[in-house]
Design a protein around this ligand. Structure first.
Ligand code: E4P
Ligand code: PEP
Length: 386
């Protein structure tokens, strides 16, 4: 990889907007005359003012992983695969904030979780949710990578730098990281730091996301649709297991053709819908759908989202139900997801800066309520193993 001076990575945005192209603007009808669905395409001048982004290689040079980090991430990925394949009898717990909006707050949380992960390591494989992109039902803040200032201005260049620096710091805590891949073009900037990936309920039907999962070098969970349907996610697991040809941003930032090998560790994540699906009947229905598709009967269950009606106060009840199923010996339950952060609840920051310790997206269970949940799951996993 060529070594580049940091100034070579800076955005090329000029200080004042470039004039619009007279040739193009004289051809384009005025926007008032256009039906709302027909917007003029960006002009070459618009594109020039946006400035280039660093390539994944350039960003990794600024915020590198050490050889030890890379070796540890490879080990974490194998461990998660072993849990999914039941070669490792522990339970995976993917836990952490709905989204990272404050890097200091996220790292404080990661430090606390790293301590808890060591405490429960005989029974649990604890994975930190380090989600920097948010899919929205309609509109809203789309995450630190796209909008690091939480003001909707969308400074992707700054977001990539802040996001990668957070991920490499989080890796240094020794925890495996979980990440939802929302925009396939951004995956090469972050994928080397991730040990468990997710394709979310709003993108699981998308072919580019399934193809991306077939290339990602870690186990990837496919979430059931927002509607609660399982078949789309089951089809995504099948699609991801195959080899595909896909366009992808290469390490040096060029659009390239990639031939994926297929991801044999893709699996189903139950996140509920209008009706929860974490209970024994929901898990049994998932096992039946996987068996009918000829897939391994293994699931991760998300205690939040549709399974708690986005009410964080209901997550402990969901976890208790799952713990009972696990303690009773259900070996198809490979993992549990919990949305948890430093403080309990969520905020809607008006115009000001958000509180660093409180979620700006979905409500989370606070840290003091999270530790007993980990304890409950560890006891359940120990009983199952025995
Ligand atoms: O996980 C977070 C949210 O559930 C997801 O981003 C959708 O949020 P929204 O329905 O508020 O847009
Ligand atoms: C958006 C998320 O979940 P889902 O896709 O299940 O809504 C999430 O886990 O942050």
């Amino acid at each position: 990889m060529p070594s580049l001076p940091p100034q070579a990575l800076s955005s090329q945005a000029p200080s004042s907007p470039a004039p619009s192209s007279p040739a193009l603007s004289s051809q384009a009808p005025s926007s008032q005359a256009l039906p709302t669905a027909v917007q003029p395409l960006p002009t070459p001048a618009d594109l020039a003012t946006a400035g280039p982004l660093p390539s994944p290689a350039e960003l990794a040079l600024l915020f590198p992983l050490s050889a030890d980090d890379t070796e540890r991430i490879a080990r974490h990925r194998r461990t998660v695969g072993d849990v999914l394949d039941r070669r490792d009898g522990r339970l995976m717990v993917v836990v952490g904030p709905c989204s990272v909006h404050d890097t200091a707050g996220a790292l404080e949380y990661a430090d606390r979780l790293a301590g808890a992960a060591r405490r429960f390591e005989d029974d649990l494989v604890v994975v930190l949710r380090a989600y920097l992109e948010k899919p929205r039902t309609v509109t809203g803040w789309t995450g630190l990578l796209n909008s690091p200032e939480y003001d909707g201005t969308g400074d992707l260049d700054a977001g990539l730098r802040l996001g990668r620096s957070l991920l490499t710091d989080a890796v240094a805590t020794g925890l495996p990281l979980a990440y939802e891949f929302v925009d396939p073009a951004l995956a090469p900037y972050v994928a080397d730091t991730v040990s468990w990936g997710a394709i979310g309920a709003r993108t699981v039907a998308s072919q580019p996301h399934r193809h991306l999962a077939s290339w990602l070098p870690m186990p990837v969970g496919m979430k059931n649709c927002v509607s609660g349907r399982l078949d789309t996610a089951v089809a995504a697991v099948q699609a991801a297991a195959h080899s595909h040809t896909l366009p992808a941003v290469s390490y040096d930032g060029r659009l390239t053709t990639l031939r994926s090998t297929g991801n044999r560790s893709a699996h189903l994540v139950l996140r509920g819908g209008p009706v929860p699906n974490y209970d024994r009947a929901g898990v049994a229905a998932a096992r039946a759908a996987l068996a009918a598709a000829g897939l391994p009967e293994r699931v991760v269950v998300d205690a939040s989202h549709g399974n708690s009606g986005k009410d964080h106060n209901r997550q402990p009840g969901v976890v208790a139900d799952l713990a009972a199923q696990i303690a009773d010996g259900d070996r198809s339950l490979a993992g549990v997801m919990i949305e948890s952060y430093l403080a309990d609840g969520r905020q809607d920051p008006g115009g000001g800066r958000p509180r660093p310790d409180l979620s700006v997206t979905d409500a989370c269970v606070g840290w003091t309520r999270t530790v007993p949940l980990l304890e409950t799951l560890a006891q359940a996993a120990r009983r199952r193993a025995a």
